[in-house]
Design a protein. Sequence first.
Lengths: 421, 297
Amino acid sequence: MKRNRLRTFMLGAATAAMTMAAGTGGASAVEIEYWQYFFEARVDAMDKLIENFEAANPDITVKMTHFPYDSYRTKVAAAIPAGQGPDVVQLFYGWLNDYVEAELIQPLPADTFPPEKIEEEFFPMVKAMRMGDSYWALPTAVRSLALFYNERMFEEAGIENPPANLDELVETAKKLTKKDGAGNLTAVGLTTGMTAQDHHWIREVLIRQFGGEPYLDDYKTVNYNNEAGLKAFGFYNDLQAKHGVTKAAFMDEPQAAFKAGRAGMHIDGSFRIGALESVRGLKWGVAELPAGPDGTKSNYSSYWVNAITSKAEGEKFDAAVKFMEYLTSDEAMQIWLETVGELPAKPSAAMTDENVNHPVYGPFIKGLEYAKTTVFANESAQRQAMVDMMQRIELQGQALEESVAQAAEEEQKILDEYYKK
Amino acid sequence: MRFYNNLTISQKQIVWAWIFLALPVLFYVVIRFYPTANAFVLSFQEWNLLGDRKYVGLENYAKLFSDPVFWKVFKNTFMYLILGTPVSLVLSFIIAYHLDKVRFMHGTIRALYFLPFMTSAVAMAWVWRWFYQPVPIGVFNNFLASFGISQIEFLSSTTNALPSVLACAVWAGLGFQVIIFMAGLRAIPQSYYEAARIDGVSTWTVLTEITIPLLKPTIVFLVVFSSIGFLRIFDQVFNMTTNNPGGPLNSTKPLVLLIYDTAFNGFNMGYAAAQTVVLFTILLVVSLIQLRLLKDS
């Protein structure tokens, strides 16, 4: 999920003007440093949060520094062991293992952040941030998947409601698909592309909906080379191979096809909202992901978290804890939602009437209640295993069972190598 | 100072030479040699950028040589070289040879050929990527479809993808090679051609007996230059296949892209360093062959 976005971030970083935190000044006792990577909306949101935090805590100042994404990890790794750099740091949830092992961050103090309270207050997928008896990091905002649909194409095809389950998804997609005289697709009913969000959709949604569980042992063992897995991959493969309502990488990228009005439906993350809002002439709606054959709902969520680094000690540590408290407050989450468009990580902030009934955010927020978070060892390599799986079937005519078995083996190898330590 | 004054003039010259050389030497040691040596050491270690480096002996190399993806990538890298170098050289020679004879708007045409070389590889790769798409957006396939010819899968086929990416890379480098060839052609003394004309020799003989032999230094330079370029191909491949880098099914992945992926997506720096050492070895061998060839001429 993060890859495509990051590319956009980097472009943004190159062109956008530098906006530095205006958090210095004032006769303050403690100054703590906060680091994140550069993405304009995130920096703007953090500016606002810091301003509010400093107003409430006049004896603390927070200095924000940001880096382009591609040098972010290196800088953090070099700075903290040298006693430099941030007291509070932002990281991708999938990096937690690495950061804990390299002793870059310390656990959140249990008196301020008791694990039971966190588990009560946050959405369940945040559990991935717990190691042993303590939480190591917490998100301000999270992201989930939903079904985007093109309202004009729905109207044209005489479809009233977005599909509620997978059978309806296929039927709706059939009505929306358009072909030219030679049989070439000119508009797809549903976009597909394992390189976009589909591998998340299959892993955490389809496999579970067909009665399986994608991984066992805390995501250390692949568990989709079985009946449920084959059904899920079979369903996905049939969309193109049997029903002909889609083509992998139609118009290069799924989101491009949807933006161009050449796709009836499109599964994507909440981070796509901003990009779609700026497309003129496109009328679109959002719905929850279709439910499974037995009504099972599922979703995938990913997020960036904040953590206190091992460098923070004494009064800086106390200030960092206070800042973390603010970053995980309902107020901060609402500001983040309004500025960045990412969803609040706590039901108390997310499930307000206004948010749940919001035509755009609503379906994403509802998805959070039953969302799962995949613990990746190497997200891009694990995604590649699935990309190759579908391509072996499409381009080389390999049998589905064989291809799934091979992918499961490849992915297991990646996991084994990572966890062998 | 006494010591300096006692030196002979030639010794003083040496002292001054080293004083002036100090800066570039320092630069090379700090910016080039140290990181290179470090990469060699790293190739025997395991490191994820965050924790401590750990010695693992030859494990990275063992893993590399038993990895089928590496051998696929190795083959691809040489496919880029073996297809790209001759094709681009023959094309650019033909263009230069004929362009050399054209007087009408010579400067403009030459500039047009050179234009792609000045364009950013990223922008160019993306434009070509869109050219290659199936209908309704790809130029090539829309053209075919309008004549009722079935579409060609360019980038989404395991057999066509590599030549498709290569075509863009060849086109990008053509301008430079044309200019170098034209300079080489101009450097051949006219008297040879005049003598040949007096003897009544055919155009073909002039080409094979005068032009090509006298162009040998130019050809050697271009062979070596473009070989190294194709062995290090990255921009075009990465940008034309960003969603599935080096795909489909690794059919376009060159060594440099594998290194990038290992290092900055897998954060497996030791393994990436081992791959880099292999690339370095390949480039070194090619460069040694180059020296051999240059000596002959």
